[in-house]
Design a protein around this ligand. Structure first.
Ligand code: NAP
Length: 265
C-alpha cells in the first residue's frame, strides 16, 4: 500500500480532468487516471492518457492509467479493483468524465439513443462508481479513523441553465447535482465530504467546436468576469476540497463560472 493519499480521477486524460489530476499530484496525492479514448479510425488510443501520466510522473506522485468506460458496470468494478491492487487505498474520488451529445438536436427531435449515451456516461456512471468507492472509503475509515475522504463531481452550469438543443446534457448535470446532495447526506456520518464542482465555460476540447459563439457571448458580457475559464481554474477548486479547506461543508455547490450564476439587472 502506498503511504500517500490516492486520488482516483475519471476522464483525466485531457481537459479539466487532466488539470485536476496534476493539481492533486502537486498537493501530494498519488493519482489513478481513467479514460476511454479512441482515434479517428475507431481504435483504442492510449497516447493522450500516457502523456498525462508522464506529466504527473514528472512530479513526486506515482500515477497509473486504466482505460475503461465509466458507463459500464464491469469497467467500473475493474477500475476500483485495479486501484486497490496498485495503491491499496482511495482517499479522494473525482467524478469528472463526461460527454456532450454527439450532435446538438432540438428537444422536439432529440433521440433516445443520445439520451441513453449521455445519461449513462454523465450520471449513471458516477452514481454507481461513487457507490463502489464510498463503500470502500467506509471500509478504510473503520480501519483508519484518522484518515480523510472526499468526493467531488464535475457538474456544469447546465445543471440549472436551459439549452433546448442539448436537453439530455442538462438533465444529466441536474441529476449529478442531486447525486451530490444524496451522497453528502448519506456519507456525512462517516465524515466523507461530498461536493459538486460546477464549471461555467471552460476552454477544452469539449468547447472547441463552439469557441466562436462563446468568444462573442463572453465579450458581450455573458459572464461578469469577461474571460474563458481554464481547466486550472476548476482544478484549484478541487484542490481546496482535497486539502481539507472545506471540511465543515458538505453537499456544497462550488461555482467556477466567472460569476455566470449571478442574476443581474
Ligand atoms: P473533454 O476535454 O472532452 O474531456 C472529457 C474527458 O472525459 C476525457 O478525459 C475523456 O476521455 C473522458 N471520457 C469521456 N467519455 C468517457 C467514458 N465513457 N468513460 C471514461 N472517460 C470518458 O471535456 P472537459 O471539458 O474537460 O470536461 C470534463 C467534465 O467537465 C465533463 O464532465 C464536462 O461535462 C464538464 N464540464 C465542462 C465544461 C466546459 O466548458 N469544458 C463546462 C462545464 C462542465 P478520453 O479522451 O480518453 O475519451
Amino acid at each position: 500500500m502506498t503511504s500517500k493519499p490516492l486520488a482516483l480521477v475519471t476522464g483525466a486524460s485531457r481537459g479539466i480532468g487532466r488539470a485536476i489530476a496534476l493539481e492533486l499530484a502537486q498537493l501530494d496525492f498519488d493519482i489513478m487516471i481513467n479514460y476511454w479514448d479512441f482515434n479517428a479510425a475507431g481504435e483504442p488510443d492510449d497516447s493522450t492518457a500516457q502523456q498525462a501520466q508522464e506529466m504527473i510522473q514528472a512530479t513526486p506522485a506515482k500515477c497509473q492509467i486504466l482505460r475503461g468506460d465509466i458507463s459500464n458496470a464491469q469497467h467500473r468494478q475493474k477500475l476500483v479493483d485495479f486501484t486497490r491492487e496498485h495503491f491499496g487505498r482511495c482517499d479522494m474520488l473525482v467524478n469528472n468524465a463526461g460527454v456532450a451529445p454527439s450532435k446538438r438536436t432540438d428537444l422536439l427531435e432529440a433521440t433516445e439513443q443520445s439520451y441513453d449515451r449521455v445519461m449513462n456516461i454523465n450520471l449513471k456512471g458516477p452514481y454507481f462508481l461513487t457507490q463502489l468507492v464510498a463503500n470502500w472509503m467506509i471500509e478504510q475509515k473503520k480501519v483508519n479513523p484518522e484518515r480523510s475522504f472526499r468526493i467531488c463531481s464535475t457538474s456544469s452550469i447546465s445543471a440549472y441553465t436551459s439549452s433546448p438543443a442539448r436537453g439530455e446534457y442538462c438533465l444529466s448535470k441536474a441529476g449529478l447535482s442531486m447525486m451530490t446532495k444524496l451522497y453528502a447526506d448519506r456519507l456525512a456520518e462517516y465524515e466523507i465530504g461530498v461536493f459538486e464542482i460546477r464549471p461555467g465555460i471552460i476552454m477544452t476540447d469539449m468547447t472547441s467546436t463552439v469557441k466562436d459563439k462563446y468568444d462573442k457571448l463572453i465579450s458581450q458580457g455573458l459572464t461578469p468576469i469577461k474571460r474563458w475559464g481554464q481547466p486550472e481554474d476548476v482544478a484549484r477548486a478541487v484542490g481546496a476540497v482535497a486539502q481539507g479547506r472545506m471540511d465543515f461543508s458538505t453537499g456544497q455547490v462550488i461555482n467556477v463560472d466567472g460569476g455566470f450564476h449571478l442574476q443581474r439587472l
